[in-house]
Write a protein that binds this ligand. Structure first.
Ligand code: G4P
Length: 533
């Protein structure tokens, strides 16, 4: 292996998953702060504010004060290049959020200590589980009254079905929060409430759990509680098992308060060893491509349109899987079956984006896209290569498009076609009603985004008739939608690849169908092969 190809060993590519308000922005900011990528707390927020003020290509962002798109942040810490895939942190997210996880090697799951596992965490978590990527848990906001820590862990185990291994353990919460106990080093890290946003280090005290010193440090009651809880963990808790962690079956858990910068250091120190280096990637023919291979390869996992309204440009985000990238290099574009030059590639630093001249497995490239990329495309040096497909996830909201100006049908078709290519929306057609396609989205907000974009970018005014469905299942079994309808599937449609899809109103309807037609398979996702995007 050449020295350049070992560069991948210095890469860590991860994402943060959480329910809105659990503290993702705050933790991201603290990671960047400790990683030295920013120098002042509040920068990420101001980046958010700045972005929503400048990216007025979508006034929605501004109106709602949220960021509709997601991007990549990069920082150096401890001689490692960290690539943090940023997933939108608002209530309504898109399929992008899910797909971004296909490019990550590890995920941090943040839970609010008062709320535990919330709906959005659950959804994102399922995507991580599907890929089997390792998950590290950070339980946040211990400076506020929290739920019992054992209850939180059992909830993680019951609801998410993953075992947990607490690396640190909280000492009280809310006004009684005194810090955390680090089990491996047997140290108490004392919490001292500072100004919100300060990043001073916590005092670490090495102390024997059975000693009087612990009583003096914490007070007798808190010391006794800690002793009892640690004994319980040591006795009845899970053992640490790296292999199970890497398979996504066991999650190390850390407690802290992102806002107070407390618990970040032990977390980051440990995380840098836990987060795996880029792993081999499966190709469509079932073999694996090693990240250290000399052969460059990457796949497109996300396309972001119109980042700059004055240029109407698109950026295709590519995750490098092997080899090294050099600005201007020629690669094979599998779907188009031809060689292209990668001229304008960008990387995204904490606060800026800049042209990149070299990058390695694990890194994310933002490629200028004049309309040649689709989700799932594979790029490679040394001839054709195709990676295993990127999944298309079941939408959770469905609406039938109503064209308000019938003369603009062409514009509408062009618009939704392109938005479907970007992966913003999934299109379905019902036999006999081909002129009124059904749009499926993961977050309801996407309907507003679509209405806005189809009007402003393509000149067609539309609205949506919201349909009462919640799930799409790709059906393996029936040959035609009619066959599916005959089995009491509420509505059967075609997706863009002419695959048959059943739409369902609730869990009960899905379960009934699965029971009624045991010979059929009901897939929750559908692979996007290059060219099908
Ligand atoms: P998100 O990106 O996951 O949506 O969450 P974000 O970091 O924006 O945090 C949501 C709210 O929770 C923010 O308060 C933030 O300050 C607060 N928060 C984050 N970590 C902690 C913590 O450890 N302890 C406490 N007590 N609060 C925390 P906000 O009032 O909504 O926003 P802001 O006015 O602080 O910006």
């Amino acid at each position: 292996m050449s020295s350049t190809s070992r560069e991948f060993e210095k890469r860590r590519t991860f994402a943060i998953i959480s329910h809105p308000d659990a503290g993702k922005t705050t933790l991201t900011e603290k990671l960047l702060l400790y990683g030295g990528a920013i120098h002042q707390a509040g920068s990420v927020k101001s980046r958010k504010a700045k972005r929503s003020a400048t990216s007025d290509w979508m006034a929605l962002e501004k109106q709602r004060g949220i960021s509709v798109t997601s991007s990549v942040l990069q920082f150096e810490y401890d001689s490692i290049r960290w690539n943090l895939l940023d997933t939108p942190g608002h209530n309504d997210f898109s399929e992008d959020t899910y797909r971004t996880l296909t490019a990550a090697d590890c995920a941090i799951m943040i839970l609010d200590a008062a709320k535990g596992v919330e709906p959005q965490t659950r959804k994102l978590f399922r995507v991580c589980r599907m890929r089997g990527i390792p998950i590290v848990t950070f339980i946040n906001k211990l400076d506020r009254p929290a739920r019992d820590s054992f209850d939180l862990l059992s909830q993680v185990e019951d609801v998410l079905g993953i075992q947990s291994f607490p690396y640190t353990w909280p000492i009280g919460s809310g006004d009684l929060f005194q810090g955390v106990y680090e089990r491996s080093s047997k140290r108490v890290l004392r919490f001292e409430k500072g100004e919100a946003g300060n990043s001073s280090k916590a005092e670490a005290v090495e102390v024997d759990l059975d000693s009087d010193a612990l009583n003096e440090l914490l007070g007798e009651d808190a010391a006794d509680t800690l002793r009892g809880e640690v004994e319980l963990l040591d006795g009845a808790g899970e053992e640490w098992d790296e292999e199970r962690f890497l398979k996504g079956e066991l999650s190390p858990v850390f407690f802290g308060s992102a806002l107070n910068s407390f618990g970040i250091e032990p977390f980051l120190d440990r995380f840098k060893n836990l987060c795996p280096i880029p792993l081999p990637r499966k190709t469509a023919d079932g073999t694996e491509l090693e990240p250290g291979s000399d052969r460059f390869s990457a796949f497109i996992f996300k396309i972001q349109a119109n980042m700059d309204p004055s240029h109407r440009d698109r950026i295709a985000f590519a995750r490098i899987c092997s080899g090294s990238f050099e600005g201007g290099m020629r690669v094979h574009h599998f779907r188009m079956g031809k060689s292209i030059r990668l001229n304008r590639a960008e990387q995204f630093f904490a606060q800026d984006r800049e042209t990149v001249m070299e990058a390695y497995a694990g890194d994310i490239l933002g490629l200028y896209d004049p309309g040649i990329f689709r989700i799932g495309d594979t790029l490679s040096s040394g001839g054709p290569l195709l990676f295993d497909a990127v999944p298309r996830f079941s939408p959770e909201h469905f609406g039938r498009i109503q064209l308000l100006d019938p003369l603009k049908r062409k514009q509408l078709q062009k618009g939704i076609q392109q938005l479907a290519e970007e992966g913003t929306v999934q299109l379905f057609t019902e036999p006999g009603r081909e002129k009124d396609p059904i749009c499926g989205v993961v977050g309801k907000l996407q309907f507003e985004v679509l209405t806005y974009r189809v009007q402003h970018e393509y000149g067609a005014k539309i609205s949506f008739d919201i349909l009462p469905f919640k799930y799409a299942r790709w059906l393996e079994g029936p040959e035609t939608p009619e066959e599916a309808l005959a089995q009491r599937i509420p509505i059967a449609v075609h997706d863009r690849d002419k695959k048959i899809v059943g739409l369902f109103r609730d869990d009960w309807e899905v379960e009934r169908a699965v029971r009624d037609v045991p010979d059929w398979t009901f897939h929750e996702t559908s692979p996007i092969r290059a060219g099908e995007g």
